[in-house]
Design a protein around this ligand. Structure first.
Ligand code: SF4
Length: 370
């Protein structure tokens, strides 16, 4: 029972088909947070759009309620009351002083909600909202971070799948129970094992993986002018820009948030990777993307412990000494004692061993990429 008035409070929220909560539910939650009442809610159930058998849908049908969110309050004496107005719920359960909102509707003028940065198409994520998100998530586990972002963005949040860390994220995303999107970049130069691995992950998790290719004309021009291995002579930047960076930007243009598997101990260029970042290098339909790095504080060992304990599929090249795996001509196995990124673009200076997927604008607190 809730300590305030010995009530048990259930909030039923609506989950949209994209897998994120409806805006009105998020606003109601924020209103409760603003009033310091959020911790009075004992449980949250979901009415999943299109799923008449979801818990929230069944309760709504049983009670004849068509609006979300709604609240079910059970008192110690066994009486029960249902509210489909958050202000009425607050007023009757916590007193009139708590309901003194200056709103014409329950949630219309709720305080700005940094946790729901895409409340309207025009609303973009601000630096102050990002700071609040970072503060909220800084001590959260990877699973909690994934739950948080997918609970708000659903399929509007994507995962760029390539390495072991990314499959850990897919595993966490599956366990969150929320919808999400996955894509991978086929540069045309991947190992055969990697293509088989992509298929294995698709089958194992029963997820749709969108495969993106570079622009054919740009690849043809590069190869015509400089051959198939120009990166050994001139550095990898040009080839990666064509085969990876451009398709990535194209892919991210559809989303509002993305999850990456970056870790701080992967390379000198990643030791400042934040849990939450504003990705000013990529724009979705609502402006700069929210970029979350749930594994930022994990070590390589912790990731592998998770993969093994949870039976997560991994690229068979790992069993042959490969650690960080990219394109075939630019990846080699790592020798004992070498750093995990030593097998990537090994002919270049260590500070340049990034493909540009995570390069941030000057001044941004970003690391780099797979
Ligand atoms: S990793 Fe190598 S082959 Fe792959 S896109 Fe970059 S330079 Fe080209």
């Amino acid at each position: 029972m809730n300590s305030h008035g010995r009530m048990h409070i259930t909030m039923v929220k609506k989950m949209l088909e994209g897998g994120r909560a409806c805006d009105k539910c998020l606003q109601a939650e924020q209103l409760l947070r603003n009033k310091g009442l959020w911790d009075k809610v004992n449980e949250v159930l979901w009415a999943v759009e299109g799923d008449a058998n979801s818990q929230g849908m069944l309760i709504a049908a049983n009670k004849g309620i068509t609006l979300a969110p709604f609240f079910i309050v059970k008192n110690e004496n066994g009486t029960e009351r249902t509210y489909d107005s958050v202000l009425k719920f607050v007023k009757e359960c916590f007193g009139p002083e708590q309901s003194s909102a200056s709103t014409s509707t329950d949630t219309k003028d709720a305080a700005p909600d940094p946790m729901n940065p895409h409340r309207s198409e025009e609303m973009t994520l601000t630096e102050s909202a990002l700071a609040e998100i970072s503060e909220q998530l800084q001590n959260s586990s990877p699973q909690q971070i994934v739950n948080w972002v997918l609970g708000r963005y659903g399929k509007d949040c994507t995962l760029s799948f390539s390495g072991a860390e990314d499959v850990m994220l897919i595993d966490l995303a599956k366990k969150s129970g929320h919808a999400f999107s996955v894509f991978t970049l086929d540069t045309g130069r991947l190992h055969p094992e990697t293509y088989e691995f992509i298929e294995r992950v698709r089958e194992h998790y029963d997820v749709s993986i969108e495969v993106l290719w570079p622009e054919m004309v740009k690849v043809q021009d590069l190869v015509r002018n400089k051959g198939l291995f120009s990166f050994y002579e001139e550095g990898h930047a040009e080839c990666c820009a064509i085969r990876k960076v451009e398709p990535l930007g194209r892919a991210l243009g559809k989303y509002r948030a993305w999850l990456t598997g970056q870790r701080r101990d992967q390379s000198p260029t990643r030791n400042n990777v934040a849990i939450a970042q504003l990705d000013a290098a990529h724009r979705g339909p609502a402006g700069p993307l929210l970029k979350l790095n749930p594994l930022a504080t994990l070590s390589q060992q912790q990731v592998w412990t998770y993969l093994r304990e949870q039976g997560v599929p991994y690229n068979p090249l790992h069993d042959r000494g490969f650690v960080s795996i990219g394109c075939a001509p630019c990846t080699r196995a790592v020798r004992p004692g070498e750093h995990e990124r030593a097998g990537r673009w090994w002919w270049e200076d260590v500070t340049k061993r990034e493909c540009g997927l995570h390069v941030a604008p000057p001044g941004a607190n970003d690391g780099a990429g797979p």
